[in-house]
Design a protein around this ligand. Structure first.
Ligand code: KG4
Ligand code: ZN
Length: 347
């Protein structure tokens, strides 16, 4: 089964064709980074407008690179949330029109489940059950993944997401957007022990995270050093990154241990962080836990992961009605009053 995936939840316009939920036939991502860079973050209105301009050429490119025609497709999977509603609606409206015109089933995909599905696209996916750490610009979650369609939420951030903290610290220091990639690179020539920032929630049991206190500690430190003329940017970002990595690694390994899982998947944009990848593999080896991290292009937003997740939803139900709506934060289809047919299209 070939599934066309469409992803427009934030600042990437993406389309992909995936066969049997496993094999990537094409994976096209149009990044809007250049548009948002001057603002130090994503401007929602600009994101929606760029999605409108790019969605048709990006889908055409995905079909052409896959060597498939519309006749070779069996379903259209699209991200319906969480994300920026205006941005989501562009992908969703396109997917509805495309599915209607081509008489294909429409599958709504939860963006977070999509991130986890990125590991199914790698040569050796983790066996079920496994624990997944999802660290992105909007979320920092620990999930117990029972099978392709079911996961149990173990914990999440109480305030800022890990990626958001990277972006805010980069903005504070005028390093540009997205902050994660810049800080990752700059930290390689910094000293992670230059200053010790707080490891919030590390001393607490449970699997919740909190990164806003760390961000505030960095802001205070930077202002103080700037006033004294002693700010060392590479050392500061390296020490900040180390604090984030310490917490993510410790909580993720603890969650895998608590659930007696020998396999830990790490997904989402922050999973492309080189220091995090190195530390996870070191600590995982020590704890007897195998770490599964998708290649960087599958960690950040892409449509191959949406098509992969769509495959598992499509094999469960023949599409959802064209009334399918976008959602920004909560999983509305889980609401007791949600129509039955929508409840089957994600969790
Ligand atoms: O998964 P993603 O592409 O989009 C969301 O669903 O949010 O994640 C984007 C986030 C941004 O906050 C970005 O700064 C962060 O992932 N990120 C990184 C790295 N690459 C992207 N954070 C740390 N290190 C990186 N190398
Ligand atoms: Zn994402």
């Amino acid at each position: 089964m070939n599934v066309l995936g469409i992803e427009t939840s934030c600042d990437e316009t993406a389309a992909a064709v995936v066969a049997e939920g496993r094999k990537i036939l094409s994976n096209v991502v149009w990044s809007q980074v250049a548009t948002h860079h001057p603002y130090g973050g994503v401007v929602p209105e600009l994101a929606s407008r760029q999605h409108i301009e790019k969605i048709v050429p990006v889908v055409q490119e995905a079909l052409s690179r896959a060597g498939t025609t519309v006749e070779d497709l069996e379903a259209v999977a699209v991200t319906r949330g969480p994300g920026l509603v205006g941005a989501l609606l562009v992908g969703l409206s396109f997917a509805k029109a495309f599915a209607y015109a081509e008489n294909l089933p429409l599958i709504g995909v939860n963006h977070l489940e999509g991130h986890v599905a990125a590991v199914y696209l790698e040569p050796t996916p983790p066996p079920f059950p496994f624990v997944a750490l999802l660290a992105s610009g909007g979320h920092t979650n620990l999930e117990y993944v029972v099978d392709h369609r079911h996961m149990v939420h173990l914990g999440g951030t109480r305030d800022d997401a890990a990626g958001e903290a990277f972006d805010k610290v980069a903005k504070l220091l005028g390093l540009g957007y997205p902050g994660g990639t810049v800080i990752d690179k700059m930290s390689r020539r910094g000293n992670p022990d230059h200053v010790r920032f707080p490891r919030i929630m590390l001393d607490k049991t449970g699997f919740d995270f909190s990164f806003s206190g760390l961000k505030t500690a960095v802001v205070r430190y930077v202002h103080k050093q700037q006033a004294a003329g002693t700010l060392r940017v590479a050392d500061t970002v390296s020490a900040f990154q180390e604090a984030v990595v310490d917490v993510l690694v410790a909580k993720a390994i603890a969650a895998a241990r608590a659930k007696q899982c020998e396999h830990l998947a790490v997904v989402g944009g922050v999973a492309s962080n080189t220091r995090l990848r190195t530390r996870l593999i070191e600590e995982g080896t020590r704890a007897g836990i195998q770490i599964h991290i998708p290649r960087p292009a599958l960690c950040t937003d892409n449509a191959a992961m949406i098509a992969a997740m769509g495959y598992w939803r499509a094999s469960q139900a023949r599409g959802v009605p064209l009334e399918l709506d976008a959602f920004s934060k909560v999983c509305r289809w889980k609401h007791p009053k949600a129509p039955e047919e929508l409840k089957s299209c994600g969790s």
